[in-house]
Design a protein around this ligand. Structure first.
Ligand code: SF4
Length: 475
């Protein structure tokens, strides 16, 4: 997928000024976010489960080569094929070549963020192969020729009315005014595609090393149909999705599902171990697992970023984030939005091009609190900010401008002592005079204009707090 991370400011501005997107984003907090809190409150020993999950993730990533080799052995032993792709292009080539060799013309797809990284639909279309998304949200986004807006709810930015109009335009059907009719229409449209497709492509929420089992968590049943109806099933996933054992899988299913939707268990949990056996009645004739690196090794090798690979892609940090809930998913400009996306997207694309993303956070810590495996997102955002300004580990990405650097040095000097603080406070009060109206600054000149573009900025108080405090003490 082409990266637009450098356009974060424009994308955020567009979302902020779009009342429809703002209205559609409102539901996230009261919906998924509250459901997660309720589900975790009702789960005995939730915090102990989180700690255990985090410890298993740390152990697996510290021994990733060992577990990936175990996956390889067990996938092959169960009659499947496995391919380790260095990057998105290699992964796409593998899938496209396989489809061409088998004469596939129609592919059905379950939800897969990694296939978004690979821009796989685009590649398949270039080769004359029709890809059809079967997750309802992904289907809507595909019809609209857009990219997913949220990790687990790709079309959350679209209202029912917008989806109705989209169906009229793209599917030539009547204008429906309720969700049941829209869902039924999508199901009718997709049913024959499931029957006709020669290949099913899915992601994988987890890969169990001890058995080579791919696990999918869905609520629509489309994942199970993608894995069992076509003759060929290809699962594509990032290399960090390995868990050591089936017992660990049980723990991670509890953490993921409760954090994603607040459910105790999703409607469908599908496990696939190799192709259909002789004594089995359903399943694919061929099974392929594509494990993708695409920059993940770089995060694995950096002790400051490794824990970003613990991510279960539950989306809880997005729903908790005050920035995501205002600017939405498209502003981030690549596959992974929100707080975890502000770390993963720059590292998998280009840190200096995505330099606004690590700064798109108030560092309030809501993301860390929401995360089922306690990923310390604020710490990693600070680390990336430091890298962008000082470039100790990634000097090639140091991208702070001379003006910014000078401004930060000036600010540091201004708060370095009590005298300097008083002096800079006095200077600030004098400099702001031409811009203050009723205790607020309406508009600042460039290069400070961004501070007042979307709000009025509070003016520096005429009496510093320190002076007022002294006077209060005297009364
Ligand atoms: S960082 Fe944590 S909260 Fe955010 S998507 Fe990943 S697992 Fe979920």
């Amino acid at each position: 997928m082409q990266s637009h991370t450098k356009d974060f400011r424009q994308g955020a501005g567009a979302a902020l000024s779009d009342p429809k997107i703002q209205a559609n984003l409102e539901g996230l907090y009261n919906g998924f976010h509250q459901a997660r809190i309720d589900a975790s409150d009702q789960t005995p020993d939730w915090e102990a489960l989180q700690d255990k999950g985090r410890a298993i993730k740390a152990h697996t990533l510290d021994n990733l080569a060992y577990y990936l080799e175990m996956v390889e052995r067990n996938v092959i032993a169960s009659g499947g094929h496995i391919y380790f792709a260095r990057d998105a292009e290699a992964a796409s080539n593998y899938v496209v070549n396989l489809a061409k060799e088998r004469g596939i013309e129609l592919v059905i797809k379950g939800k897969s963020m990694v296939s978004e990284e690979m821009a796989l639909n685009h590649r398949l279309e270039e080769e004359g192969i029709e890809p059809v998304e079967t997750d309802l949200g992904e289907y809507i986004v595909q019809l609209a020729e857009e990219t997913p807006f949220h990790i687990i709810a790709p079309a959350i930015h679209k209202s029912r009315g917008e989806v109705s109009e989209l169906f009229v335009e793209k599917l030539n059907v009547p204008l429906y005014d309720n969700i049941e009719d829209l869902t039924r229409e999508a199901r009718d449209q997709l049913r024959q595609k499931f029957v006709d497709a020669g290949m099913g492509i899915t992601g994988a929420n987890f890969i169990v090393a001890e058995t080579g089992t791919v696990t999918l968590v869905t609520n629509e049943g489309n994942g199970r149909m993608c894995t069992s109806m076509p003759k060929i099933h290809v699962a594509i996933t990032g290399m960090e999705k390995v868990v050591p054992s089936i017992e660990d899988l049980g723990l991670f299913l509890r953490l993921l599902i409760r954090s994603a939707t607040g459910q105790r268990i999703s409607s469908y949990v599908t496990t696939v171990t190799g192709p259909r056996g002789e004594d089995e009645v359903d399943g694919p004739e061929e099974f392929h697992l594509v494990i993708v690196d695409n920059g993940r090794s770089k995060m694995l090798a950096d002790p400051n970023l490794r824990e970003a690979l613990y991510c279960l892609r539950c989306g809880a940090c997005l729903n908790a984030c005050p920035v995501y809930r205002k600017v939405g998913g498209h502003a981030y400009g690549w596959v992974y939005p929100g707080p975890i996306g502000a770390i993963v997207s720059p590292m998998l694309t280009n840190l200096s091009e995505a330099k606004d993303l690590p700064f798109a956070s108030t560092l309030c810590g809501a993301c860390k609190e929401a995360c089922p495996v306690k990923i310390n997102i604020p710490r990693m955002l600070l680390y990336l900010r430091k890298e962008l300004t000082q470039g100790e580990t990634y000097p090639e990405h140091k991208s702070v401008s001379m003006a910014e650097s000078t401004a930060v040095k000036g600010w540091r000097a201004s708060v370095s002592s009590s005298f300097m603080m008083r002096l800079s406070n006095l200077g600030g009060r004098l400099l702001q005079l031409p811009f203050v109206r009723g205790g607020r600054i309406d508009r600042l000149p460039s290069p400070l204009s961004g501070w007042t573009k979307h709000r009025k900025f509070p003016a520096i108080a005429s009496k510093p707090f320190r002076t007022r405090w002294k006077n209060i003490g005297k009364k």
